[in-house]
Design a binder for this molecule. Structure first.
Ligand code: HEC
Length: 99
């Protein structure tokens, strides 16, 4: 009984933290003009293909651009400045599942 309860609680708390790809899809609307609806990049924007990229790499790239120290991306900065860490994780979950 206690084990079941512990299991249920751990599943619940895992779900509460899991990235939400559906929310990521909403947030991704701001990225389409440069990275494309399919995430394949847009040559004229010099914006790279990001579809299917590992989620951890997407998260680390966006966080680095947001901080603007290790990597700078003045073009993209206005679109990511307002994102929370959980927004970034949701975006990564959506983008990394794009094919
Ligand atoms: C105004 C154009 C523009 C918008 C809008 C934009 N990006 Fe970018 N993005 C770029 C450019 C340009 C680069 C390449 C920068 C570089 O590495 O020098 C880039 C790079 C990236 C990278 C790193 C790719 C790699 O392989 O290192 C990720 C991840 C990314 N963008 C995600 C996003 C997400 C998510 C959004 C929406 C919240 C977004 N971008 C919105 C222009 C844009």
């Amino acid at each position: 009984m206690l084990t079941t309860l512990a299991l249920v609680l751990s599943v619940l708390s895992f779900n509460a933290q899991a990235a939400d790809a559906a929310k990521g899809q909403e947030l991704y609307k701001a990225c389409i003009q440069c990275h494309g609806a399919d995430g394949m990049g847009v040559v004229e924007q010099e914006a790279p293909k990001i579809a299917g990229q590992f989620d951890w790499y997407i998260i680390s790239s966006i966080k680095q651009f947001k901080a603007g120290v290790e990597r700078k991306n003045p073009k993209m900065l206005p679109y990511i400045q307002g994102l929370s860490n959980s927004d970034i994780e949701d975006l990564a979950a959506y983008i990394s599942a794009m094919k």
